[in-house]
Design a protein around this ligand. Structure first.
Ligand code: PXG
Length: 441
């Protein structure tokens, strides 16, 4: 479909773009000027199929009417309300709606503005919780290699992406890491890989090293998204849950990507049947339209703070925009859209078709692994010797030219389309990607 060309800015110098090769981008900008449903519209009048739900966030697709209208109406009714010592109805409504859709036992919601803030919030709550219960020595935090927990200091400390950490100094002290779960023997897995549950036992080694009584929490992504779709081996999350529970250590699932239907269930905790003590969310909470995140906790954690004189603030933490009215309105409309359109069910129904379609790319040039779960997929390419990331980035550029948005991390192509996708659009993603792969150097 030919779309109208739209004016674009001609001075790109002021905007220092995040996680972007700025100089390269500004020489050949890729400008998106519109979106609808499964598609982006580019400044040069093309339609691009969104294979990544924006950045893993537009789970309901783009410019969905109910969400747009909710934002417009809220902006005209109550634009902002102070977040501290004051309330407004929609934040409470959204918290209740989240509690109702979350796994049994997640009953309280703390609002943030992003995944990174949700992670900082959860880590702080974990440490403060132990202190509130008289175990103030439990301050250590355990993350995982190749984990991504946003870009703030707590998140990069427990995270395991070297480039996100190494130039930022000493980070938080008292942090240790589990090994990642990405094993070569699991190549071309469909869904959960067979090998690697034993990697959870490394937590016992870390516990033995530091003493359980010094450890506050373990944080992991149930399925690691942005480091290239690293799937939890069968039995792994269950083992982590067992070991953390045994030692009184909190288990935090970072569900910023896996939350809101990505795996075909509301949350990964439901999908895997493993209940953490806290969950961090963002992205799909508002369909990516307005920044918002949320941390969900059990009553045990929440109630530990509800002690002492009632006029005192229980938790010295929060953001100017925690539970912002427009974000809350967007969140409510997003959850309605998911439910009314059965989008999580659509993801679950299409997951087997998605799996077959993706694995049909197995024998194409440079492909060394394909893996999938829910409506997530990864195609891993052999790096060009001496020039890692270049091959996948070339695929990204070519796919964009051919009308498909993909994401790359290292030499891994990640796919996570909006959950409203249909079979014909899955075929289009796979056909275009196949063409791209056949044309790579
Ligand atoms: N936790 C997880 C598991 C994430 O994936 C964050 C925290 C941080 O969220 P914010 O909202 O602060 O960005 C994330 C974010 C990619 C990509 O292409 C992934 C993320 C963000 C941007 C790009 O894989 N994940």
């Amino acid at each position: 479909m030919a779309l109208d060309r739209k004016p674009v800015p001609n001075d790109l110098s002021a905007f220092w773009m995040p996680f972007t090769a700025n100089r390269q981008f500004k020489k050949a900008p890729r400008m998106l000027v519109g979106a609808e449903g499964m598609f982006y519209h580019t400044a040069d009048g093309r339609e691009v199929l969104d294979g990544t739900a924006g950045l893993w966030c537009c789970n309901a697709g783009h410019c969905r009417p109910k969400i747009t209208q909710a934002i417009q109406a809220q902006a005209g009714e109550l634009d902002y309300a102070p977040a501290f010592q004051m309330g407004h109805p929609k934040a409470f409504e959204l918290a209740s709606a989240l509690r109702d859709m979350a796994p049994e036992g997640m009953e309280h919601v703390f609002f943030t503005n992003s995944g990174s803030e949700s992670v900082e919030t959860a880590l702080k709550i974990a440490i403060a919780y132990h202190r509130a219960r008289g175990e103030g020595q439990r301050t250590r935090l355990i993350g995982r290699e190749r984990g991504y927990h946003g870009v703030n200091f707590g998140g990069i400390s427990v995270g395991g992406i070297v480039n996100n950490r190494k130039v930022y100094g000493a980070l938080l002290t008292g942090v240790d890491h589990l090994p990642h779960t990405h094993l070569p023997e699991n190549a071309f897995s469909r869904g959960q890989p067979e090998h690697g549950a034993h990697l959870a036992d490394e937590l016992e080694r870390i516990v033995a090293l530091h003493g359980a009584e010094t450890i506050a929490a373990v944080i992991v992504e149930p399925m690691a998204g942005s480091t290239g779709v690293l799937l939890p081996p069968k039995g792994y999350l269950e083992r982590l849950r067992e070991i953390t529970a045994k030692h009184g250590i909190l288990l935090i699932f970072d569900e910023v990507i896996t939350g809101f239907g990505r795996l075909g269930a509301s949350f990964a905790a439901d999908y895997f049947g493993v209940l953490p003590d806290m969950m961090t969310t963002a992205k799909g909470l508002t369909n990516g339209v307005i920044p918002m995140g949320a941390v969900l906790t059990t009553p045990a954690i929440h109630d530990a703070f509800m002690e002492g004189p009632e006029h005192l603030i229980e938790l010295f933490h929060g953001y100017t925009y925690s539970g912002n009215p427009i974000a809350a309105a967007a969140g409510l409309a997003t959850l309605d859209t998911y439910r009314e359109e059965g989008l999580f069910e659509n993801a679950a129904t299409l997951a087997p078709y998605w799996e077959e379609a993706l694995h049909s790319l197995k024998d194409l040039p440079h492909v060394i692994d394909i893996r999938n779960m829910g409506l997530v997929g990864a195609v891993e390419l052999a790096p060009i010797p001496g020039a890692p990331t270049k091959r996948a980035f070339a695929a990204f550029l070519d796919a964009y030219e051919k009308g498909l948005m993909i994401r790359t991390t290292g030499d891994i192509i990640a796919l996570s389309p909006p959950l409203m996708i249909d079979k014909a659009q899955i075929d289009r993603i796979v056909d275009t990607l196949g063409e791209v792969l056949r044309g790579l150097d």
